[in-house]
Design a protein around this ligand. Sequence first.
Ligand code: C5P
Length: 218
Amino acid sequence: MYNIAIDGPAGAGKSTIAKEVSKRLGFIYVDTGAMYRAMALSCLRAGVDVTDEAAVTATTDKADVKIAYKDGSQIVLLNGEDVSTEIRKEEVGKNTSKIAVYGKVREKLTVLQKELAATNDVVMDGRDIGTSVLPNADLKIYLTASVETRAKRRYDELVAKGENPDIKVIEEDIVARDYNDSHREISPLTQAEDAILVDSSNMTIEEVVTTIIDYTKK
Ligand code: C5P
């Protein structure tokens, strides 16, 4: 199996890039953030206080999160229900980095992610793929971009959806999420020693995609 790990902070473009790279290589794409989001959704639906580790652990322990593929795209199932759209809501995103700090939650999803990579050629994106989930990945990319660039991309996305966002609020959210992700005790967001750093601030999607594909040939 050929495994590509793509890690990096929120809004660096990981999912766009990972999707396109997987398509061109004929690999499956595994969006691990979507799995954490589904776990957060299960807690929100159950009315669980996300700062209560025992309650979150009990809820996520019962939650059945699965990745499936529909018309060539990845969908996320929570107890059999397709929650792919619902997990993209801001409220879910905000709470995800809070529940992602708990060991039991990470353990459960990591097992699932390792299984997928052991049986498929994958492009897997997340925060701890190169460092913790797939330490022996064939290629590790650490994809980043400046806070301003990431905020602007998110802003443009929301405007395209007809929303009227405040760029300052988006920036603050990104900084808070980066902080949570890189300061947690278990599997914090960090560049693996053997990962290749790609800063996409001044690169087009096509440039990033071809850069990564070129590395698979080296
Ligand atoms: O990538 P995405 O923004 O969808 O991820 C949502 C959140 O899930 C991240 O902010 C992070 O807290 C958590 N996450 C994680 N480990 C991963 C993927 C995502 O902790 N491998």
